[in-house]
Design a protein around this ligand. Structure first.
Ligand SMILES: [Zn+2]
Length: 217
């Protein structure tokens, strides 16, 4: 699986993205906890963006950095690889877990926060305000992150972090990816409408959404 740690982040190209945690307008502020203890808990994912049933989805790239493109059918067919962070945050106002989708450059920001706030205690025990600087659609948008207090909250006190690889990010085998490259759909559940048997009511089986915000994806 193409996951990477902070030290490896520069090996991957690409940046940008939009979050399930929505901070849509210039000056908007949200109050969150990052659902991590230490920097080592933070993992990037190298993904391909594809369309499944008319929806944009990410699929986990099967190629480790530096390995041949033969390891991943989507790399082999020339699909772009993007390095992403899917940062789980606890949105204090709504009391729910959301995913903040960031580009790999954000690893540096998270590393900075961890070195300041996760050395003697855990990052999750701190409350942060994230403030957007940049108008809607502005690709130069930045986010200021301010620490505004800590307590003894632990990860166990908060809702479970959604599965990223195998949930939000589709986790497919090499064969399944090759099938997608050949037929533009995944084998099995995704093409249930093709079934000829009239006995069977076609059921579109879906993976359990990782977050309730999935439809905004
Ligand atoms: Zn790939």
């Amino acid at each position: 699986m193409a996951r990477f740690s902070y030290g490896e982040a520069d090996n991957y190209g690409g940046n940008g993205g939009h979050g399930f945690l929505s901070i849509p307008n210039d000056g908007d502020v949200v109050k969150v906890r990052f659902l991590y203890n230490k920097l080592e808990d933070i993992e990037g994912v190298a993904v391909h963006q594809i369309e499944v049933d008319g929806k944009k989805r990410y699929v986990n790239c099967l190629r480790e950095y530096g390995k041949p493109v033969d390891d991943c059918p989507m790399c082999k067919s020339g699909k772009f690889v993007t390095a992403k962070l899917f940062i789980p945050v606890y949105d204090i106002e709504s009391g729910t877990v959301k995913i903040w989708e960031r580009g790999k450059k954000f690893f540096g920001k998270m590393a900075g926060l961890c070195s300041r706030y996760a050395s003697k205690d855990n990052l999750v025990s701190h409350i942060f305000e994230i403030e957007r600087h940049g108008k809607k659609g502005d690709t130069q948008t930045t986010y200021e992150i301010y620490e505004c207090g800590a307590d003894d909250t632990t990860l166990e006190d908060l809702p479970e972090v959604p599965v990223i690889i195998g949930g939000l990010v589709l986790d497919k085998s090499k064969d399944e990816m090759q099938y997608f490259e050949d037929y533009n759909e995944f084998p099995g559940a995704e093409n249930s409408s093709r079934r000829s048997s009239s006995e069977e009511i076609p059921v579109r089986r879906r993976r359990t959404p990782a977050t309730s915000d999935e439809d905004t994806f």
